[in-house]
Design a protein around this ligand. Structure first.
Ligand code: UT7
Length: 328
C-alpha cells in the first residue's frame, strides 16, 4: 500500500466586515498613511465586531469548509487551532468552536505559537492523518488581535488586524499534500514581542490592571532583524533539503508581517514576486491568520501538483517552513 500523506482538500477564510484604514489610524495616533505604507505595505486591516470572538471566526471557517467539501460537521475528527487570542484562557477555543459548529465527534485543542501558529498546527494535524487514525482534520489559524492591541501605541496598532482561515486535511495516496516541515523556536526572543500581563507569571491584579503591559509589546526593529534572516533561512533550508529549485516552487506563501520581510524572503529563495502571495495591504498582520487567508484568496489559482512553500516568523520567537503539493 502506498504511503498516506496529509493533503489539504478545502480552504476557507474569514475576516470581519469592519475596516480600519491608515487614515482612520491617523486620527487615533501620531502616524500617517505614507509612513505605514512605505514601512509595512499595509493600507487597511479588519476589526472584529463588539462581542465577536475567536470561536465566531472558527464557526464561519468550519461551516465554510464543510459546505465546500460537501460534508457534515459530524464528519470532522479533530480541530486544531493556532491562535494567541482564544475566547478564554480555558477552555480552548477549539472546544467552543466544535460545540458551536456541531462537530460533535471531534476533539481538539488550541496551540500557542503566535505568527507561526498555523504552521505548527498544520504539522500537528498532519501527524494524525498520516498515522491513519484521523480522516478529517480541520486546522485553523486565526486571531482577534484587536482584543490585545493598545490603540494608543503606534508601534503596534498600525500592524495588526483580525481574521484567519482554516484548511481540511485528508489522507492522500497520490503523494500529494504535506511533504516536509521544518519548525523552530527560541524562547530567548520573548522579551521583544509579548503580552506580559495576564498569565501565571504576572496575573492581573489591582496594581497592574490599567498598565499598558496588558497589551502587545513589540520592539519592532529587533523583531524585524530576526524575522528577515530566520524566515529566509528556513525557507531556503526546506528548498535545499527537498532539492527544490526556485523554478520548482509555484508559490511562496509567507506570513504577512511586513512587505519588506516578505520581499527579502522571496529574494533569498530566488522566487519572483509573481509567485508570492501578498494580501498584507488589505488585512495587515493577522498573526496566525495570515497564511490560511492567503491560501483562501489564491485557491482558484492553485493547480493540482503545485509546489507551495509556506514560511513564517513570529513571537516566541517561533518560525518555520512547510513544503506541500497542492492536491486539487
Ligand atoms: O508578525 C510577528 C513578527 N513581527 C514582525 O515581523 C514585525 C517586525 N517589525 C517591523 O515590521 C517594523 O520594525 C515596524 C513596522 C514595526 C517598524 O518599522 P521600522 O522601520 O523598524 O521603524 P522603527 O521602529 O525603526 O522606527 C523608525 C522611526 C522612529 O522615529 P525616529 O526614532 O527615527 O525619529 C519611530 O519613532 O519611525 C517612528 N515610528 C513611526 N512613525 C510614524 C514608529 N512607528 C511609527 C508610526 N508612524 N506608526
Amino acid at each position: 500500500m502506498s504511503k498516506i500523506t496529509a493533503a489539504i482538500t478545502s480552504v476557507q477564510g474569514y475576516v470581519p466586515e469592519r475596516v480600519l484604514s491608515n487614515h482612520d489610524l491617523e486620527k487615533m495616533v501620531d502616524t500617517n498613511d505614507e509612513w505605514i505604507t512605505s514601512r509595512t505595505g499595509i493600507k487597511e486591516r479588519r476589526m472584529a465586531a463588539p462581542g465577536e470572538a475567536l470561536s465566531d471566526f472558527g464557526v464561519e471557517i468550519i461551516n465554510g469548509i464543510c459546505k465546500k467539501r460537501g460534508i457534515s460537521p459530524l464528519d470532522i475528527d479533530m480541530v486544531v487551532v493556532g491562535s494567541i487570542t482564544g475566547d478564554y484562557r480555558f477552555p480552548s477555543s477549539a472546544n467552543v468552536m466544535c460545540d458551536k459548529a456541531g462537530c460533535k465527534n471531534a476533539w481538539g485543542f488550541d496551540l500557542s505559537a503566535a505568527c507561526s501558529g498555523f504552521l505548527y498546527a498544520l504539522d500537528v494535524g498532519r501527524v494524525y492523518v498520516e498515522n491513519g487514525t484521523h480522516k478529517k482534520v480541520i486546522v485553523i489559524g486565526a486571531d482577534v488581535m484587536s482584543s490585545i492591541i493598545n490603540y494608543k501605541d503606534r508601534a503596534t496598532c498600525i500592524i495588526f488586524g483580525d481574521g484567519g482561515g482554516g484548511v481540511l486535511l485528508e489522507p492522500n495516496e497520490e503523494g500529494l499534500g504535506i511533504q516536509d516541515a521544518i519548525l523552530k523556536s527560541d524562547g530567548s526572543g520573548r522579551e521583544f514581542l509579548l503580552q506580559e500581563i495576564g498569565g501565571s507569571f504576572q496575573p492581573i491584579n489591582e496594581d497592574n490592571v490599567n498598565s499598558d503591559r496588558r497589551y502587545v509589546y513589540q520592539e519592532g526593529r529587533t523583531v524585524f532583524k530576526h524575522a528577515v534572516s530566520n524566515m529566509a533561512d528556513v525557507a531556503v533550508e526546506i528548498m535545499e533539503k527537498n532539492d527544490l529549485t526556485s523554478d520548482d516552487v509555484a508559490w511562496l506563501v509567507p506570513h504577512q508581517a511586513n512587505l519588506r520581510i516578505i520581499d527579502a524572503t522571496a529574494k533569498r529563495m530566488g522566487v519572483g514576486t509573481d509567485k508570492v502571495m501578498v494580501n498584507i495591504e488589505k488585512y495587515g498582520n493577522t498573526t496566525a491568520g495570515t497564511i490560511p487567508l492567503c491560501l483562501w484568496e489564491w485557491e482558484e489559482k492553485l493547480k493540482k501538483g503545485d509546489n507551495l512553500v509556506l514560511a513564517s516568523f513570529g513571537g516566541g520567537f517561533t518560525w518555520g517552513a512547510i513544503y506541500l503539493k497542492w492536491a486539487y
